[in-house]
Design a binder for this molecule. Structure first.
Ligand SMILES: *Cc1c(COP(=O)(O)O)cnc(C)c1O
Length: 488
């Protein structure tokens, strides 16, 4: 077992190790990564790091002793509310990320229903199949039933009528996205807002990924339908800063139309022997770093700075989408309204492209098929990826040609046959061990290629793939003697 080093190491040695551990990580500075990272220039990076380090140690747990953090948060929230068409009644809180923002919206809706509508004993959240997994997580954590609404399989937008049909006396809130992550399209927010008003239910608009840039797209003259607090019926919104606002990770906001709803988000506890806990958010003790860094970046960038970025993003998005549309054999799903693109293929398997592109120096993200959204590859287009767009398109085109001519993956047939006999109910950790053996994956190793595995997961019910993947992570995060050898 790995123990703490018996004797402390010189810091230079520690710094060297930090570099060594990172050697196999997804590179991002060169723009080859179409997910997970949002690249800033050297000046922005300097501002973020300076502010983050300045407030690294200050504790967001208690705003009464850190007036700085309270002020940063009020100002960031106010700027966010103004950006999303809110008035002076809009309130909110800075959170650690989109997941936390979405979870808090669901928590507030549940607790509000408990207070105002005690007859609801089995609360339901009505949301399209394209709503982010964070809402499923919220339902799982807070014991709310997700009611999934299918989307139009041509546009990938939810139909307002279908949303309304899913509403029952147990509905505590409806959710829609502006835009949704998978296909980059915006749900019909205005029409759903009308339903929310008519049925008197809460309506959350998840603008986590695109909400910050969309208002700038509009100013550039691009068509952006109303999606924010200006839309009647919208009662809360989530918006991430650590995505396309380029803040340091750990930065998002949850906003409510009024304080009357936000009240139910707050957790307070005086029923223990220690200090009184009053938490707006899920975390309690938290660094002031990400908040200060976000605030500082807003000051540094200003609206003009973000408008410049948005212009580049809009141009880059058009260029990459046109390029993909011109590659024979590829098909873009829907018509993205933001820098998120999903493309698939109809006469060959799309998943081997992920592995082949990795060999060519690119990271692209596989998405499994679900409810009429065929399995596909997703790109989150970013500043850095735009710089290398031409090279990317050339490589993608070559990759398509190569994968089209490839024989089907060997050795996976047996595995696929085994998986097809499984059900979520009969799946056990022992069966998982057998699966891994058949797939040639040993212990807690990360798989080399992902195509075969994605192929299989794509063919089984979502409940079963969730079980398989849970088991995979339960094995992945265990003590590993393999890792020890990394340390000299
Ligand atoms: C990324 C995302 C989230 C979740 O955000 P995290 O910051 O990853 O927790 C929620 N909704 C949408 C639409 C997203 O794209």
């Amino acid at each position: 077992m790995l123990e703490l080093p018996a004797k402390g190491r010189p810091k230079d040695e520690v710094f060297t190790l930090l570099e060594r551990y990172g050697e196999a990580d997804l590179p991002w500075r060169d723009g080859g990564t179409f997910a997970y990272v949002y690249t800033v220039d050297a000046e922005m990076e300097a501002v973020i790091k300076h502010a983050y380090m300045r407030y690294l140690t200050e504790n967001g747990l208690d705003p009464t002793v850190y007036p700085s953090l309270l002020r940063f948060e009020r100002e960031v929230v106010s700027m966010a509310a103004a950006h999303l068409g809110g008035d002076e009644h809009v309130v909110g809180n800075f959170t650690s990320g989109g997941t936390e923002s979405c979870m808090l919206a669901v928590k507030a809706a549940r607790d509000r229903a408990r207070d105002l509508y005690p007859h609801i004993t089995k609360p339901e959240l009505v949301m399209p199949v394209t709503a982010h997994a964070a809402f499923h997580k919220a339902c799982a954590y807070f014991d709310v039933t997700p009611v999934l609404v299918p989307v139009d399989t041509r546009t990938f937008r939810v139909r307002p009528d279908d949303m309304e049909k899913a509403v029952t006396p147990n509905t505590i809130m409806m959710v829609a996205s502006a835009p949704q992550y998978a296909h980059g399209v915006i749900d019909p927010i205005e029409a759903i807002g009308q339903i929310a008003l008519r049925r008197d239910i809460l309506f959350h608009v998840d603008a986590c990924v695109g909400g910050f840039i969309l208002p700038f797209f509009r100013r550039l003259g691009r068509p952006v339908p109303p999606f924010d607090f200006t839309v009647p019926g919208v009662t809360s919104m989530s918006m991430d800063f650590h995505k396309y606002a380029y803040a340091a990770k750990g930065a998002s906001v949850i906003l409510y139309k009024t304080k009357d709803i936000r009240r139910y988000q707050i957790f307070t506890c005086a029923q223990w022997t220690g200090y009184t806990v009053i938490n707006n958010t899920i975390q309690s003790t938290k660094s002031g770093g990400s908040l200060a860094a976000c605030w500082a970046l807003f000051q540094y960038m200003g609206q003009d700075g973000y408008l410049r970025i948005a212009k580049r993003m809009a141009e880059g998005m058009d260029r990459i989408m046109d390029g993909i549309a011109q590659i024979p054999g590829l098909r873009v799903l829907g018509r993205p309204e933001f820098v998120l693109v999903a493309f698939t293929a109809d006469d060959f398997s799309i998943f081997p492209i992920v592995d082949d592109m990795k060999k060519r120096g690119w990271y692209v993200q596989p998405q499994l098929g679900f409810h009429g959204s065929k399995e596909n590859i997703h790109l989150s287009i970013d500043q850095a990826t735009i710089d290398v767009a031409d090279r990317f398109l050339t490589d993608l085109s070559a990759s398509v040609q190569y994968v089209r001519g490839m024989p089907p993956a060997e050795g996976m047939d047996q595995l696929a046959a085994l998986v097809r006999t499984l059900t979520p109910e009969t799946f056990t950790p022992e069966i998982f061990g057998q699966l891994m053996q058949n797939a040639g994956i040993e212990g807690a190793a990360l798989p080399e290629g992902t195509a075969g595995i994605n192929e299989i997961l794509n063919q089984v019910p979502a409940e079963l793939s969730a079980k398989i993947l849970t088991e995979f992570f339960n094995e992945l995060y265990v003590q590993s003697s393999r890792d020890d050898t990394l340390v000299p």
